[in-house]
Design a protein around this ligand. Structure first.
Ligand SMILES: NC(=O)c1ccc[n+]([C@@H]2O[C@H](COP(=O)([O-])OP(=O)(O)OC[C@H]3O[C@@H](n4cnc5c(N)ncnc54)[C@H](OP(=O)(O)O)[C@@H]3O)[C@@H](O)[C@H]2O)c1
Length: 290
């Protein structure tokens, strides 16, 4: 979140669906030993915290963000956990970048066990004077890009879900093996999408759409083992909340480690446990505030 304007990037009209589908995974591996995850917004903040936990848990990664220098530094750090890490500099406001990232991930790993969508943008300001270009930019990055990314990765998510191993847990009858974990889509939405705040009309609207998108994914794709969760936090101590540090002490904000912990728990759930959204609020008398 920033207090400044961001010029909206032009985004093209949707090409037909067949033109958007990436090449079918050539190297989809049955019985692959290492899972793979794609994390957007992984160079810092919440995305980096989740990427770090995934790397430590044995995932190979594709990571993306706009700034190539910071992304390279993050990738170097993530590689210390021993897995492959592929940095893909990309601006999620640009549809061609979104599609390139999806294709690069599928080509490199042939599977996507976990998709984390953390790249996001926000600007605060009164509704009366906020330029429409800010709304357009926030919708492009926070809603249109996640939609395009999920759509482009869908063939890979489907084949990976079918390939996921069964868990070692037991069924409800206490016998046999549990169901597989399927593939997980973990999206960083916001509490402002559920409980609006003054000055955050555009941002809150994009996050409400993003949360609704996760619900839609579940209704359409959970029978195929693809489930989505919108994590909806209040203020988390990252660069995004630097603008409000004079009013809310960072030590009173949610930690990136808390969000990463939730994300990792989601990756371990069976495909039978669908968690459409997780609201994470700070302590206090007004719980449903950012
Ligand atoms: N911090 C909070 O209080 C809070 C609360 C609720 C929800 N969220 C959501 O959580 C997500 C992560 O937030 P954060 O606090 O971790 O933010 P952050 O510290 O500002 O990090 C944002 C990350 O996303 C990347 N990014 C930003 N715009 C991008 C774009 N157009 N294309 C590609 N990458 C982009 C950034 O790298 P580059 O700048 O190099 O591109 C960076 O890696 C966001 O979706 C945010 O809306 C945050």
């Amino acid at each position: 979140m920033t207090g400044t304007d961001d010029t909206a990037h032009a985004v093209s009209d949707h090409p037909p669906e067949h033109a958007r589908t990436p090449t079918r995974p050539a190297a989809l591996v049955t019985g692959a030993t290492r899972p793979a995850a794609l994390v957007t917004g992984a160079s810092r903040g919440i995305g980096l915290a989740i990427a770090e936990r995934l790397a430590a848990a044995g995932y190979d990664l594709t990571v993306c963000a706009r700034d190539p220098g910071r992304l390279t530094a993050a990738a170097d750090r993530l590689r210390t956990h021993g897995g492959q890490v592929r940095p893909e500099p990309a601006d999620m406001a640009h549809e061609q970048d979104v599609l390139r990232v999806a294709e690069a991930h599928t080509t490199a790993y042939g599977r996507c066990d976990v998709l984390v969508i953390a790249a996001g943008t926000g600007t605060a300001g009164p509704l009366g004077t906020a330029p429409l270009s800010r709304l357009d930019k926030q919708f492009a990055v926070n809603v249109r890009a996640p939609y395009a990314l999920v759509q482009a990765l869908l063939p890979t998510l489907r084949t990976t879900a079918a390939d996921r191993p069964t868990t070692t847990g037991t069924t409800g009858t206490g016998t046999g093996t549990g169901t597989g974990t399927g593939t997980k889509i973990i999206v960083l939405s916001s509490i402002t999408g559920t409980y609006p705040e003054p000055g955050l009309a555009a941002y809150g609207a994009t996050k409400a759409a993003l949360t609704a998108f996760c619900h839609s994914i579940n209704t359409e794709l959970s029978p195929a083992g693809i489930t989505a969760t919108a994590i909806c936090p209040g203020y988390v101590d990252t660069d995004m909340t630097a603008w409000i540090r004079d009013r809310i002490d960072p030590t009173e904000m949610i930690a990136t480690a808390d969000i990463a912990e939730l994300a990792m728990a989601l990756t371990r759930l069976s495909a039978n446990a669908v968690v459409p959204e997780l609201l994470v609020t700070r302590p206090g008398r007004q719980l449903h505030r950012a």
